[in-house]
Ligand binder design. Structure first.
Ligand code: AMP
Length: 431
């Protein structure tokens, strides 16, 4: 498809200014397709995942639709998790920087009172998890009579989490002449049922094979024996001095086991999986964002909605079950054009699955040999040498030169001193 610019999308000056401030250069494929259709008033089924720019794809037309003079809720966005609700809210706030709009995320775990107070003041756009939205409807603290657009974001995920009834009930509370937008990474039969019942002549837009973030991710695979995975993971973290990584396992049990192993070996690691309470999840996420946790181990479901900047490496510790999950997982690194790396562990038996992932993503996943511990020392020594050079080049060495010289008076050479320091650094004695 020809690339088009935001100027060609008939957007208001306020939104265009905000887009320029944020720094988006051109619409992503899903935005280029969905924005004009939604602005025409069409219902949309968008097959797109996180990382494709889907939030702005529905968010920009939603902001164009809202009348700021009128303080009833005019747009309702339903999403599966608190993280995603906050993320959508942040993105809409940035895009509406030049509009006077009230945007409110509402989700379980947050004080109802506070939400009620905020709702009473008048809110234009509500972004909520289905359970909490239902709560407010039942308490009559959220009135949906003037909603002109409803968005179901990550609809497949909401259904997986058991929100079908809530969603259906909520949709019946919204006037029928509304616009209904649905985004989902996958299109199982249940989703099709939902769209049949609640959408009018929906248009399908789809860019699943064209995730914007994939090309900027360096992708490697390592052939690893199953039992050697923990050792290889630790080695890679050590060698590349990785301070922020997301490690995907296929089961909750594997997450727990790996977290135990990593902790025992002294790594700053923790896990995320579906059994954890929202509060626990939040605590882990906050620690990860702050860097108190360097290695976050998670299942696919638990990792949905995670939006952390600067994840250096995504590890596919277990090969994902399907191609789409692979794309979804690695999209967690190198977001919006930033460089990132994806390291995938594959056992010999799984090599054929990797081939099919490569075919699907249309990107080369390069083979890398598992470094041995002695390679590790060479790689680390190279990284250290670079650091030393940078430190010398940046100057201010006088005091330290004096110290080294004082050691030389005791008949050590400067080479002895440097070699001892390198040895200590590589052994981790500098901590
Ligand atoms: P999403 O798929 O909505 O989760 O968006 C993924 C990331 O892409 C977010 O960090 C957005 O801020 C960013 N993004 C959205 N639209 C664009 C665009 N047109 N150009 C570059 N980055 C974008």
């Amino acid at each position: 498809m020809e690339s088009i610019s935001f100027d060609q999308l008939n957007l208001s000056q306020n939104i265009l200014k905000a887009i320029t401030d944020i720094g988006y250069e051109e619409p992503t494929p899903i935005q280029a397709q969905a924005i004009p259709l939604i602005m025409e008033g069409k219902d949309i089924i968008g097959q797109a995942q996180t990382g494709t720019g889907k939030t702005a794809a529905f968010g920009i037309p939603a902001l164009e639709l809202v009348d700021p003079e009128f303080t009833d809720v005019q747009v309702l966005v339903l999403c599966p998790t608190r993280e995603l609700a906050n993320q959508v809210s942040d993105e809409l706030s940035k895009l509406s920087a030049y509009q006077r709009l009230r945007i409110l995320p509402i989700y379980g775990g947050q004080s109802l009172e506070r939400q009620i107070k905020a709702l009473r003041k008048g809110v234009h756009i509500v972004i909520g998890t289905p359970g909490r939205v239902m709560d407010h409807i039942e308490r009559r603290t959220l009135n949906l009579d003037n909603v002109a657009m409803v968005v179901l974001d990550e609809a497949d995920e909401m259904l997986d989490m058991g929100f079908r009834e809530d969603i259906e009930l909520i949709l019946t509370k919204i006037p029928e002449d509304r616009q209904t937008i649905l985004f989902s990474a996958t299109m199982p039969a249940q989703i099709m049922k939902l769209t049949k019942r609640f959408q009018r002549d929906p248009q399908l837009v789809k860019t699943i094979h064209k995730k914007v973030t994939v090309p900027s991710i360096e992708q490697y695979y390592y052939e690893v024996k199953f039992h050697a995975k923990p050792e290889v993971l630790c080695r890679l973290i050590d060698i590349y001095d990785i301070k922020s990584s997301l490690v995907f396992c296929n089961t909750k049990k594997a997450v727990d086991e790996l977290v135990d192993t990593l902790k025992t070996r002294g790594y700053l690691a923790d896990g995320l999986h579906g059994d954890m309470k929202q509060q626990q999840r939040e605590r882990v996420m906050t620690s990860f964002r702050r860097g108190d946790i360097e290695t976050l181990v998670a299942t696919d479901v638990a990792a949905r909605g995670i939006d952390v900047e600067n994840i250096e490496v995504v590890f596919n510790y277990d090969l994902p079950q399907d191609e789409e999950s692979y794309v979804h997982r690695i999209g967690r690194t190198g977001r919006a054009g930033k460089a990132g790396k994806a390291f995938t562990f594959v056992t010999v038996k799984e090599l054929y699955k990797l081939k099919s992932i490569q075919k699907y993503t249309n990107v080369k996943i390069l083979n890398q040999k598992v470094p041995t511990r002695s390679d590790a020392e060479d790689i680390k020594a190279n990284m250290l040498a670079q650091k030393v050079k940078d430190t010398i080049d940046s100057g201010h060495m006088g005091k330290y030169v004096n110290w080294v010289e004082s050691m030389m008076e005791e008949e050590y050479t400067s080479v002895d001193v440097a070699a001892a320091l390198v040895k200590m650094m590589l052994a981790g004695d500098n901590k």
